[in-house]
Design a binder for this molecule. Structure first.
Ligand code: UDP
Ligand code: MG
Length: 311
């Protein structure tokens, strides 16, 4: 049995084509489709209910009260998925369902692998985006020492126990790619070329991608805080040596040391460094603050296809 988790946010025109594609591709295996409506404000939910009415045995829907983000949607799906294999796929048909079959087939044949992750060839991205993403994943691997494969996406198929492990990680601010890497399971990376989005626009603009990258680094590494330590100690050592030099120079030559401009630039530089580091520490503290509230990762309003449907 295969459970397919499909995070969906404002994808009204993609739902029916995706459903058709999934039904034809997966027709020879036993599967469930778990759609997570992540607080869509368009007609996505009514489109989902329409396909649910046609295929009640296979389709499940969880609808959030508002937009909680793709990572929360994946978490909700993982909680409801109980199949032997669990796949995660986007709802915009950029990721062709045929790859799900390839992943399942691989896991069937290779008992020693726990999951398969599709690796994006980035061929639809601009040169700058490509460079940015590659550098980010390499940096993440360096900082965390977990394996962040360049281009590995959330388009994956995992075994049931991998899903259970992910659900046990209760953090509210979820960077799913990092959680996958953290678990350390044996992953087979398979290359694929994403298609063009069928309808609508990507929900992750450049600003969101930058925030996502910052989230990833801060959620999985405390190394940035060490920068303050290294920088602080280097600057202190340099200024101490400079101080000794000035004292000796004044004592020997008896000269005043001029230099209002250099003094100002050093003060401003240090002020900037201190404020940046304070901001960085603030980011970590605010994350601790948010996590201590232990709020649920999502709130669902309507469910279809479950024993405890809220209608
Ligand atoms: N998505 C979601 N919640 C969000 C943003 C996106 O569930 O807040 C879903 C979206 O509907 C799609 C998938 O996540 O199925 C990937 O989003 P998108 O295609 O916009 O991202 P991209 O492919 O550009 O990285
Ligand atoms: Mg997409």
């Amino acid at each position: 049995m295969l459970d397919v988790i499909i995070p969906t946010f404002n994808e009204e025109d993609n739902i029916e084509p995706l459903y058709k594609e999934l039904s034809t591709t997966l027709k020879n295996i036993k599967y469930n489709l778990i759609f997570i409506d992540d607080g869509s404000t368009d007609k996505s939910l009514s489109k989902l209910i329409k396909i649910y009415k046609k295929d009640t045995n296979r389709i499940k829907i969880i609808s959030f009260t508002r937009n909680f983000g793709k990572d929360a949607a994946i978490y909700a799906g993982l909680k409801e998925a109980h199949g032997k294999y669990i796949s995660i796929i986007d709802s915009d048909l950029q990721q062709h369902p045929k790859h799900i079959l390839e992943m399942v087939e691989f896991l069937e044949k290779n008992e020693d692998y726990d999951e398969v992750a599709m690796v994006n060839s980035y061929c639809n991205d601009s040169f700058i985006q490509k460079k940015f993403k590659k550098t980010f994943y390499k940096l993440m691997t360096k900082l965390t020492h977990y394996n962040f494969e360049v281009g590995a996406s959330d388009f994956r198929t995992i075994r049931n126990y991998v899903a259970k492990t992910l659900i046990d990680l209760k953090e509210t601010n979820r960077f799913t790619k990092g959680l996958f890497a953290w678990t350390g399971f044996n992953v087979k990376f398979m290359k694929y070329t994403p298609d063009k989005r069928l309808h609508g626009k990507s929900k992750f603009n450049f600003r969101k991608q930058i925030n996502y990258a910052i989230d990833g680094i801060l959620n999985f590494s405390t190394s940035p805080m060490k920068i303050a330590l290294y920088l602080g100690s280097t600057l202190s050592t340099c200024s101490f040596i400079y101080l000794i030099y000035l004292i000796i120079k004044t004592l020997v030559l008896g000269k005043d040391v001029p230099g209002f401009a250099s003094l100002m630039s050093v003060i401003l530089l240090l002020g900037g460094v201190i404020l940046t580091m304070l901001g960085l520490i603030g980011e970590y503290v605010s994350r601790i603050y948010m996590e201590t509230k232990q709020r649920p990762i999502y709130v669902s309003k309507v469910k279809f296809g479950f024993d405890d449907d809220i209608l």
